[in-house]
Design a protein around this ligand. Structure first.
Ligand code: PSV
Ligand code: MN
Length: 424
């Protein structure tokens, strides 16, 4: 399905009066309204190729209709999202879930939808049918050098695919670890993993980044070999200047202060990218901002502050991606909601009066500092975000138009009711 621009324009025309009323009020409140709109227009959030189908738990998967059956259809879905919100202009691929066969055709398709290729993701946490050796006891940490080599070769292969598509980064997430005390020698596991990562790092093109993603637990439940930001930072530091830590919001132990982690990683120049989602218990992979919007805002507040301190470009100097799963919602609706929540948190963070906050901190004015943060958080910035979309050709309400156009029904007509997306 293709959404023609005139349908968006028609929809915006009908809703414009109401929007202008709200935007005018906000413009009177925010001195640099137009500058913020430009920042929001530039900010793009990559969609992972594995998030377009219905996810599932280890108990069940309830597939929805019209799910994309191949990479081309996944790109078409992201094209729809981007057309509606103008903020999802990138795709992140997982190999081997989505191996591009004809690079030129895939590149052309991406250009047609206005998409770029974000980080490539390797997969050494599952065994593939044609795979010689098993990852049951880990990949890069494995006691058998041949298994480690297989994992290294796979990552180098993923880089090769990415180079063909114009990607500039590799995200390595390892499920390596142990399930029981005594199973693993921690130091050997670390050293072997480091050596394996060094081999992959040596194969990185000079303009690429490597993101080392950490996760506290799952699928291993006693130890994880890249278990937290400290361990990821250790690998990234030992590897060299092209290696960075990647923060996935769902990969911490409960109540971790993620905003502080982000702040310090930025200070050290070692924060590389982000996977957005929300959670109540563990790696729940729920819609960004659906449970803890204030936490998301606080994280963005540190991101904006830390990036400005280092004169970084908000839009391009870190990798921004959603990493969520959709068990009960239409994946496209869910992704539209996630992108909206991320844009709102970013916009609110841009509103924080940094000079006043710094002054309050220096005076130990605890209540004053809280007021400053909450003033930004409690501002309804939705008209600001909508204005950015309007100016870039997107829909005033992406979800509203998605429903009005009956996009899911159209996709079911095109693809059928019983399609199952690859990956996850
Ligand atoms: C692992 O939980 C993770 O967050 C990694 O980013 C994977 O690539 C992704 O989810 C899909 O399994
Ligand atoms: Mn992730």
């Amino acid at each position: 399905m293709i959404i023609e621009q005139y349908r968006i324009d028609e929809y915006n025309h009908i809703n414009n009066k109401e929007h202008q009323r709200k935007a005018e009020f906000l413009r009177s409140e925010i001195a640099n309204f137009d500058e913020l709109v430009q920042k929001l227009i530039a900010f793009q959030i990559a969609i992972p190729s594995w998030a377009l189908g219905t996810g599932g738990t280890r108990f069940a998967r309830f597939s929805g209709g019209g799910e994309p059956r191949n990479l081309e259809e996944k790109m078409a879905d992201i094209g729809l999202l981007h057309k509606l919100n103008q903020s999802s202009g990138a795709i992140s691929l997982h190999i081997p879930w989505d191996i591009p066969e004809d690079y030129a055709a895939i590149r052309q398709l991406a250009a047609q939808y206005g998409l770029t290729f974000d980080a490539m993701n390797s997969n050494t946490f599952q065994d593939q049918p044609d795979q010689a050796l098993s990852y049951k006891f880990g990949s890069m940490q494995h006691v058998d050098k041949a298994v480690r080599k297989q994992a290294v070769d796979h990552n180098i292969d993923v880089i090769r695919h990415g180079v063909e598509l114009g990607s500039k980064s590799l995200t390595v997430w390892l499920s390596d670890g142990s399930c029981f005390p005594g199973q693993l020698n921690f130091r050997n596991a670390f050293q072997r993993t480091l050596e394996s990562l060094e081999e992959v790092y040596a194969a990185l093109p000079s303009d690429w980044k490597m993101f080392v993603e950490y996760k506290a637990f799952e699928p291993n439940f006693y130890s994880t070999t890249v278990g937290d930001w400290g361990q990821s930072y250790l690998y990234a530091s030992k590897l060299g200047p092209q290696a960075y830590t990647l923060v996935d919001l769902g990969h911490h132990l409960p109540n971790a202060n993620i905003e502080q982690i982000v702040s310090l990683l930025l200070m050290e120049g070692k924060l590389g990218g982000f996977h957005f989602n929300d959670s109540k218990y563990g790696d729940d992979d729920l819609t960004a901002g659906s449970l803890k919007p204030y936490q998301l805002f606080l994280i963005f507040s540190e991101l904006v502050d830390g990036m400005d301190d280092r004169r970084m470009n908000h839009a391009s100097d870190l990798g921004w991606m959603i990493d969520a799963s959709h068990n009960v919602k239409d994946p496209l609706e869910d992704l539209l909601q996630s992108v909206e929540a991320i844009m709102i948190a970013y916009a609110q963070a841009l509103l924080v009066d940094r000079a006043a906050l710094a002054a309050a901190q220096e005076k130990n004015d605890v209540a004053g500092a809280q007021e400053i943060l909450q003033q930004a958080f409690r501002t309804d910035v939705r008209p600001l975000v909508a204005e950015a979309r309007l100016r870039s050709g997107g829909a005033l309400s992406p979800l509203g138009l998605y429903r009005a156009l009956g996009v899911r029904d159209e996709l079911i007509k095109e693809r059928g009711l019983k399609t199952v997306a690859t990956g996850l």
